[in-house]
Ligand binder design. Structure first.
Ligand SMILES: Cc1ncc(COP(=O)(O)O)c(C=O)c1O
Length: 477
């Protein structure tokens, strides 16, 4: 979109803003454009693909329809756009002071999603999910949260549409980030540290160890159990599923317009991956240009970052696995560390999930994505450089990407390449200050997850479901 401000010259801008009409009217759905059909979720009881109707007790019908839709563009309801207007379109910044500090010829841009009321990209989908559930007469939503970003986004969205909200928050994060829980309560949500004594599965762990650190897999099990055992209640997920990633494409669609106003096109699009929603939301629209419409002026590279403590993309195994620890979800085709994975208590709470989105995993398997893993010491060093140059204190999750971007910008300094790098600053870190304090005071540890632990977990899965290697859908990928 070229508006009056499109006349700006490259060199002049610190940030690019779109007016509210510049917000997309449709989400981009990658399903029809994947390089191979997406392997379906499998029902472990029947060993057959899950039928959409089987999910109706868990999710709103419209979200299930979107989950399997082959339509490339899905209209964003006007009521959802109206809420998006509270903070969207989000700004695109040029990281000029970081570039100057690094003395790099690279041009670095970041899409800043931290301007939303909950402070991250997560409300882009929370608002849509709360809206469709409200339209279908649902009264309460349940969910899990790691870092607290997703839980606070759902608390915010349910408040706007008059729904109740119950959040199971991974206990390690609940203790590390008490202010996230207070934020959720400010928006009217009920919140339980997980494992909790509120569900059968939670109690089975809580009674053995009231200080159990929890995991996203456990919290998901609790939230699903709560939803399916109560009337008029549905479960929502903040990442991994196709419809969730699709709602996030407002980011990439806006970023494309903003770069266009500067006559720029990225050589690299980078983002962090917990389940894959923020990264996919940014890179899918560029994937469309490069591989579908083939109108991209460059063969853009897509780079995904993750913690060495939870190395799903760099060390995980591509197979079918459960999405949660109690094995209540269908089997999903993904790079996994095993669904009984208990992560080290690193501060990037949002990156501690044992698997990743099936779409992202397929693209990784097919060689469309370059993954990189970093430990939290190098991540916080990069985050501090960013805070001291750009001013914004980044959340620990996108700081993994900042580490990659700084390394890449320094490589450009060596080679003299003027690469254009776009990354997703998908959240601010103002609720993560304890993590910064731990870093400044030398208390952070550079956890690495051992490969034997992954093998042991997947062997346990194979002994339980010996047929898992025979599932045909992953063959020939
Ligand atoms: C700020 C932030 N970034 C990234 C993530 C990771 O999730 P995803 O990969 O779905 O974006 C989270 C998850 O909670 C988060 O809070």
């Amino acid at each position: 979109m070229r508006t009056g401000s499109a006349m700006m010259k490259n060199s002049d801008n610190r940030k690019v803003l779109l007016d509210e009409d510049g917000m997309p009217k449709e989400w981009y759905n990658i399903l029809p454009d994947l390089p191979a059909p997406l392997p379906p979720p499998i029902n472990p009881a029947t060993k057959e693909p899950v039928k959409p109707e089987e999910l109706e007790r868990v999710f709103a019908k419209e979200l299930i329809r979107q989950e399997v839709s082959q339509e490339r563009w899905i209209p964003i309801p006007e009521e959802v756009r109206e809420v998006y207007r509270l903070w969207r379109p989000t700004p695109l910044y040029r990281a000029r002071r970081l570039e100057q500090y690094l003395k790099t010829p690279a041009r670095i841009y970041y899409k800043f999603e931290g301007v939303s009321p909950p402070g991250s990209h997560k409300p882009n989908t929370a608002v849509a999910q709360a809206y469709y559930n409200m339209k279908e007469g649902i009264e309460r939503l349940t969910t899990e949260t790691g870092a607290g970003q997703w839980g606070s986004s759902l608390a915010f969205a349910t408040m706007l549409f008059g729904l109740k909200c119950t959040v199971y928050m991974v206990r390690a994060s609940y203790n590390q980030k008490p202010y996230r829980a207070i934020l959720m309560r400010s928006w009217g949500a009920e919140i339980h540290p997980s494992p909790s004594d509120k569900t059968n599965f939670g109690r089975s762990l809580y009674e053995k160890d009231p200080n159990h650190p929890g995991s996203l897999g456990i919290a998901i099990s609790e939230a699903i159990e709560d939803a399916v055992t109560h009337d008029n209640t549905r479960y929502t997920l903040g990442s991994v599923l196709n419809h969730v990633l699709m709602h996030q494409t407002v980011q990439g669609l806006e970023a494309k317009r903003q770069l266009e106003m500067l006559d720029e096109y990225p050589d690299i699009v980078a983002g962090c991956v917990g389940g894959g929603s923020s990264f996919s939301g940014l890179f899918w629209p560029f994937y469309y240009d490069v591989y579908v419409s083939k109108k991209a002026p460059k063969k853009t590279k897509f780079v995904a970052t993750e913690p060495t403590a939870c190395p799903t993309m760099t060390k995980g195994v591509y197979t079918y696995d459960f999405g949660d620890t109690a094995k209540m979800t269908p089997l999903l085709p993904m790079y996994t560390l095993g669904s009984d994975f208990i992560p080290a208590p690193i501060h990037a709470g949002g990156l501690r999930y044992h698997g990743d989105a099936p779409t992202l995993c397929l693209l990784l398997k097919k060689g469309y994505i370059e993954p990189h893993a970093y430990n939290q010491l190098e991540v916080f060093e990069a985050a501090s450089i960013f805070a001291r140059t750009e001013g914004i204190v980044p959340a620990p999750e996108p700081s993994h990407t900042i580490k990659y971007v700084i390394d890449e910008a320094l490589r450009c300094k060596q080679t003299g390449e003027e690469k254009v790098i776009l990354f997703n600053l998908c959240g601010h870190g103002y609720f993560d200050l304890q993590a910064y304090l731990d870093y400044f005071e030398g208390r952070l540890q550079p956890f690495e997850y051992p490969e034997e632990a992954i093998r042991e977990s997947l062997n346990r899965l194979k002994s339980e479901l010996p047929w898992i290697d025979q599932v045909p859908y992953l063959k020939n990928l």
